[in-house]
Design a binder for this molecule. Structure first.
Ligand code: HPA
Length: 277
C-alpha cells in the first residue's frame, strides 16, 4: 500500500481521538484570512502539532491549526495555515490536510490564496474566481502508487472548479457589490517570486494570476471527487508590471486590507452553497 495513504489513515485515527465533528465544507485560508475563525461559531480547534505525524507549517503568518465550527448552519473545517511545497515537505504532505478533511466528511473544498496579478486588466486588491488552473510547474501530488481508496489512477481534470459553486460565488459577489474577476491561476513552487521574464512567459501561457499554492490541493481534491471552488486575492501586480520590488510584507499587508470583503464573500457563499444542496 502507498505509504502516504498509510500516513493519512494514521493521521485520521489520531485526529478522531481528539475531535468528533463532521464538516460539510473544508476551507483553506490564504494569507490575510487567518483570523476568519472570528467570524465563525467555533466548536473546537486543534493544532497541527497535536496530530501525530502531521506536517507543521513554518511560514510567518501561517499559524497551523484546524478550526471546526459553523458558518451560519453549515459545519465547516478551516485550515488556518496551509503547508507549502517550498517549505521542503514532500508533495504528499502538502495535500495530506485536504485528504484528511475529506476523510472527516467534507465534500466541498473552498480554496483561497494570495497571488500576483498577471492579467493587465487586474489591479492589486482584486479578487479572482478560479475558472481553471495551470499545474505544470508544481509536482503532481498523485505521482506514486495510486491510492485506489481515494480515486482513480488517471482522473479527468476538465471540470475541477465546480460550475454550480462558481455560479453561487459570482451571484454572491454581485449581491454584496464586491468586484470579482475570473481567471486562470498558475502555481509555481516559490519561494522566490518570479522574474519579469517569467511573468511574460506565464502571461503568454494564459495565466491571469500566479501563486505558490492551491493547485496541488485542487488536484488531490479532484482525485477524491470533491466539489471544489477557489478565490484568489490578487495582492500585488506580478514582477515587472510595476516599479516596486515584491516583498512578503507587502503581500500580507494587501491581503489584510482586502480581508473584510474576502470574509464577507466567503461567509455568504458558504451559507448559499448549503442552502442550495
Ligand atoms: N507571485 C507569487 N506568489 C504570490 C505573489 C506573486 O507575485 N503575490 C502573492 N503571492
Amino acid at each position: 500500500m502507498n505509504p502516504a495513504y498509510e500516513k493519512l489513515v494514521r493521521c485520521y485515527e489520531s485526529i478522531c481521538k481528539k475531535v468528533s465533528f463532521k464538516p460539510e465544507v473544508a476551507l483553506v485560508l490564504g494569507s490575510g484570512l487567518g483570523d476568519y475563525a472570528n467570524d465563525m461559531k467555533v466548536e473546537t480547534a486543534i493544532d497541527y502539532s497535536e496530530i501525530d505525524e502531521f506536517p507543521v507549517s513554518t511560514v510567518p503568518g501561517h499559524a497551523g491549526k484546524f478550526i471546526f465550527g459553523y458558518v451560519g448552519d453549515v459545519p465547516v473545517v478551516c485550515m488556518k495555515g496551509r503547508i507549502h511545497y517550498y517549505e521542503g515537505y514532500p508533495i504528499s504532505d502538502v495535500v495530506l490536510p485536504v485528504r484528511l478533511m475529506k476523510r472527516m466528511g467534507a465534500e466541498i473544498l473552498f480554496l483561497t490564496n494570495a497571488s500576483g496579478g498577471i492579467n493587465k486588466d487586474f489591479q492589486a486588491g482584486d479578487f479572482m474566481l478560479l475558472e481553471d488552473h495551470i499545474s505544470c510547474f508544481a509536482p503532481n501530488p498523485l505521482i506514486g502508487e495510486n491510492m485506489d481508496e481515494l480515486g482513480t489512477r488517471f482522473p479527468d481534470m476538465s471540470h475541477v472548479y465546480d460550475e454550480e459553486l462558481k455560479e453561487i460565488i459570482v451571484k454572491t459577489a454581485k449581491d454584496l457589490k464586491i468586484k470579482l474577476q475570473r481567471g486562470i491561476y498558475l502555481q509555481l513552487t516559490g519561494p522566490s517570486f518570479e522574474s519579469p521574464a517569467e511573468i511574460q512567459m506565464l502571461r503568454k501561457m494564459g495565466a491571469d494570476a500566479v501563486g505558490m499554492s492551491t493547485v496541488v490541493e485542487a488536484i488531490a481534491a479532484n482525485h477524491m471527487g470533491m466539489k471544489i471552488c477557489g478565490i484568489s486575492c490578487v495582492c500585488n501586480m506580478a514582477a515587472g508590471m510595476t516599479e516596486n520590488p515584491l516583498t512578503h510584507e507587502e503581500v500580507q499587508e494587501a491581503a489584510n486590507k482586502a480581508a473584510p470583503f474576502f470574509k464577507q464573500l466567503l461567509t455568504e457563499s458558504i451559507k448559499r452553497f448549503c442552502l442550495e444542496r
